[in-house]
Design a protein around this ligand. Structure first.
Ligand code: PHE
Length: 330
């Protein structure tokens, strides 16, 4: 029994302890063997032998239980050590991104027009002279080209100065009725508080047979749209000029900062210009060879809308990627 005691004491884990238990208590183990021997003993010795053996077995079970408890405690402690959490570790929360304010504004604009049954068309950023100017009634040497000075490539290719070339592409590819908006980036040689060399526009074009589309339709939809974007504002249509529309109007809203009483943002006029629009000029229809149709078109600068909606004083700050600005739009 001393030998067993030593064996148990030197056990390092539950597995080897279990091996000892089997060697002692198993079917072919030590005690089974001893009890089998008992059969062949003379009757008077049997009792003593059995008693001794039972005592021995009890001693073994006690030793075994104590050792088992110890080893189990060690095993649990080890497991806990492995699974323990270091509460002093630095907890870096995953930072969550958000839409850039310009894209969020673009989405809101698109949402309105899609709800009014406009579909979305896109065009290339690198355009040719025909789509960007010529077909829009802006012939070479037309002074209005000056206002849209841009970046030129070889072969009369250029970075488009507005989304209006998508009007031309759509009219060349689709038959009226046409009812589209075209959102996207445009480029001009401009850089100051309210202009960046790249910005975004949303163009609108509606074309149907003669008489089916009027200036009244244009007026209704733009008024409704501007109220959707800016809430309770007054809307004003001011005569203007674009080569590709006739008549043309610029559209103003009552200043959202001073409610029209005059402030710095509206240059004390009480009005903010937000859109260009008009009835499609017959020369444009001629360029795309459409006959017996009428239509209206409009174009707006998305950054201007974002600036007004979020009171951003310097347009350039939208493109600097400064997280301190962008985090405010999460
Ligand atoms: N393309 C014009 C601009 O960039 C805006 C516009 C579009 C005006 C459609 C009238 C009709 O300023």
């Amino acid at each position: 029994m001393n030998e067993i005691q030593e064996q148990i004491a030197s056990c390092k884990d539950l597995k080897s302890l279990e091996a000892i238990r089997i060697s002692m208590l198993g079917k072919k183990g030590y005690f089974a063997e001893q009890f089998a021997k008992m059969k062949s003993l003379p009757k008077d010795e049997k009792k003593d032998f059995a008693q001794k053996l039972n005592e021995e077995k009890e001693d073994f079970l006690n030793l075994f239980q104590v050792a088992k408890m110890k080893l189990e405690a060690i095993a649990i402690a080890e497991e806990m050590k492995e699974e323990s959490v270091d509460v002093t570790l630095f907890n870096s929360k995953p930072t969550c991104g958000a839409l850039h304010p310009v894209m969020a504004t673009m989405d809101k604009i698109i949402e309105y027009f899609v709800s009014m049954n406009f579909s979305i068309e896109e065009g290339p950023l690198v355009e040719d002279d025909f789509h960007n100017f010529e077909a829009l009634n802006l012939p070479k040497y037309h002074p209005a080209r000056d206002m849209q000075d841009t970046f030129y490539f070889k072969d009369s290719m250029l970075l488009r100065t507005h989304t209006s070339p998508v009007q031309i592409r759509t009219m060349l590819n689709q038959k009226p009725p046409i009812r589209i908006i075209s959102p996207g980036a445009v480029f001009r040689r401009d850089y100051d508080l309210t202009h960046t060399p790249m910005f975004h526009q949303v163009e609108g074009l509606v074309v149907d047979k003669t008489g089916a589309v009027s200036f009244a339709n244009l007026k209704y939809i733009l008024e409704d749209f501007l109220k959707y974007m800016f809430g309770d504002v007054r809307v004003r249509f001011r005569p203007s000029f674009f080569p590709f529309t006739e008549p043309s109007t610029e559209v103003d809203i009552s200043c959202i900062f001073c409610k029209g009483s005059g402030c710095r943002v509206c240059s004390h006029t009480g009005w903010l210009e937000v859109l260009g629009s008009g009835v499609v000029d017959p020369n444009v229809f001629k360029a795309v060879e459409l006959k017996d149709v009428s239509g209206y078109a409009f174009g707006l600068g998305v950054e201007r809308f974002a600036m007004l909606l979020h009171r951003i004083p310097d347009l350039r700050s939208l493109f600097e990627g400064d997280l301190r600005l962008l985090e405010q739009f999460r």
